[in-house]
Design a protein around this ligand. Sequence first.
Ligand code: NAP
Length: 319
Amino acid sequence: MAHITTVTLKRTGAKMPLVGFGLWKVTKETCAQTVYNAIKEGYRLFDSALDYGNEKEAGEGLARAIKDGLVKREDVWITSKLWNTYHEKERVEEGIKTSLKLWGLDYFDLYLVHFPISLEYISPETKFPQEWWGLDGKIHPINVPFQETWAEIEKLVDNGLAKNIGLSNAQGSLIFDVHRYARIEPQVLQVELHPYLTQEPLVKYCKLIGLAITAYSSFGPQSYVELGYQGATSLMEHDTVTAIASKNQKTPAQILLRWALQQGLAVIPKSNNHERLVQNLQSVDFELSEDEMKSISSLNKNLRLNDPVDLDPRLGIFA
Ligand code: NAP
């Protein structure tokens, strides 16, 4: 049986690879070489953001891969995201152009609004990446309606800077609202999604309206351990996952990725380790049984690891 490796986006018909490489927390020093190696191993999608602070290095890796004839620009899918400090109408184009310049590209295949949260502008010359905090160490939300930002995001399609546009960290009510005024509907929603946070109603709603989903943090708590998280049992070590892994002769990581892929979701695992990077790409060519899918889904406990409310109680976008 031929395995599906792309998802076709509704508006443009563009084929987005289902397995990509996530660049958050990929160290600056290794980023160029990691991107180069990932391309060599077969990755064709890179998920970046201005906030990750490594777009320049990622672009260097891509440029070298193109120069060495491994790929052409049109063979790779590059996603980036508008940071929170660029939501005002006069800032959106500056946001994407800053990322494009760092990558050394003239368009992104997909451009997402990173969070539905607008923060006071800080120039990249003053602080880079701008992150959540102002120069005084405090968070400064500003009043920009999402509709204002979205109208500018649509213009990025008109002027060719983004082929596809979408949302990140949005829930049903915002998606519903955007569809009331969108001239160009979002094509992709990128959200935290793993067996501890299965988000079934959101997945169902997005399927209904033709909004493709990219699941981030597919390994659940794993990604947050390096940030100091010490909560729930690692999904990689959970009995349910390890039993299914040994039965299928796959690693727990491959099982977690396959569980998402088999629901039609795209994934973007990150690894600073070459062997794991290769292993993660090999998650499309096997099938989990219906029972295995169900038992993994039953691990859900609505555990959200990436919630801005933990930084500031005013940022309750998932409340
Ligand atoms: P992730 O890919 O779920 O997990 C990464 C963690 O798992 C790292 O600690 C990594 O360690 C480890 N790991 C990777 N492959 C492994 C394997 N095969 N076996 C064992 N451990 C493995 O987490 P993530 O980085 O949070 O999410 C992925 C991507 O989603 C990000 O890089 C970013 O592009 C995107 N993202 C987007 C948002 C958003 O707000 N839109 C938020 C978070 C993430 P090593 O590096 O040591 O292998």
